[in-house]
Write a protein that binds this ligand. Structure first.
Ligand SMILES: CC(C)(COP(=O)(O)OP(=O)(O)OC[C@H]1O[C@@H](n2cnc3c(N)ncnc32)[C@H](O)[C@@H]1OP(=O)(O)O)[C@@H](O)C(=O)NCCC(=O)NCCS
Length: 217
């Protein structure tokens, strides 16, 4: 059945729908419960910067009045890092402690694997390159993939980043996520850097490598 999609700017009323899609698609398009069972903490970690500090760079795809996909973006990844470290991480750690994330069964493995990885230097953020200061995340509910909606939403986000003056944009995916890699290639992103992701091995016993891809605008 052909479906009509509306691509529009993110609005505060889309928040819960976007957070749900974020959690439903967290593990290569599969639900977050595969590796972490606290949706509240996970969605805060992945979405708060974009929805609270730069909401004008997020867009949603809506079908029959329902949000089925989103793109969250950031024009300046330096600003993202600073804001995350100073304004988001402290509250996230407090909330994690309050909710028992570091000792509960469904959350402790991933939480400690991340802490270990960051402290040991094994988990690194992508090297910031002047060419590609912007970054984004894009995710769709399962039933709405492969319909060309991702492409439309991506084009809207790229246009916004271009208008905001960014020279290029990068994304981080997982090398093993073939569908995503093909999608980003189709959107003219090129592989730029591989990053270790030991937390997947330590959490779900699957070896994965993070892949940074980028394109100019
Ligand atoms: C990745 C995702 C955002 C792509 O959106 P989509 O709506 O499914 O993609 P589209 O239908 O708009 O496809 C656009 C292009 O990408 C290609 N493409 C998309 N998904 C593909 C797949 N799984 N395999 C091969 N090609 C794919 C299409 O062939 C199309 O190419 P074309 O323009 O040359 O015809 C979406 O499938 C998704 O949310 N997947 C699960 C979550 C995920 O992996 N997100 C990325 C995390 S980094």
């Amino acid at each position: 059945v052909a479906q009509n999609v509306v691509i529009r700017a993110y609005e505060p009323r889309d928040r819960e729908a976007a957070r749900k899609i974020c959690c439903d698609t967290a593990f290569q398009g599969e639900p977050v419960e595969k590796f972490f069972t606290d949706r509240e903490v996970f969605a805060d970690a992945l979405m708060n910067y974009y929805l609270d500090f730069e909401p004008e760079s997020s867009f949603v795809a809506e079908v029959n009045g329902k949000v089925v996909g989103y793109v969250t973006a950031c024009c300046d990844s330096k600003r993202y890092r600073r804001t995350f470290a100073l304004r988001i991480l402290p509250l996230l750690l407090l909330k994690s402690l309050a909710r028992g994330v570091f000792w509960k069964r469904g959350t402790r493995r991933f939480a400690w694997a991340m802490v270990r990885g960051v402290l040991s230097g094994a988990v690194r953020a992508p090297k910031l390159r002047r060419m590609y200061p912007a970054h984004l995340h894009i995710n769709f509910s399962r039933e709405f993939r492969g319909e060309g909606f991702g492409k439309q939403l991506m084009e809207r986000a790229l246009e916004h980043l271009r208008d905001a003056g960014a020279s290029g944009v990068h994304i981080v995916t997982v090398k093993e996520n073939d569908g995503a890699v093909r999608f980003f290639r189709a959107m003219r992103f090129q592989p730029l850097e591989f990053l270790p992701a030991p937390y997947w091995e330590e959490t779900v016993n699957e070896h994965k490598t993070a892949l940074v891809m980028a394109r100019s605008l």
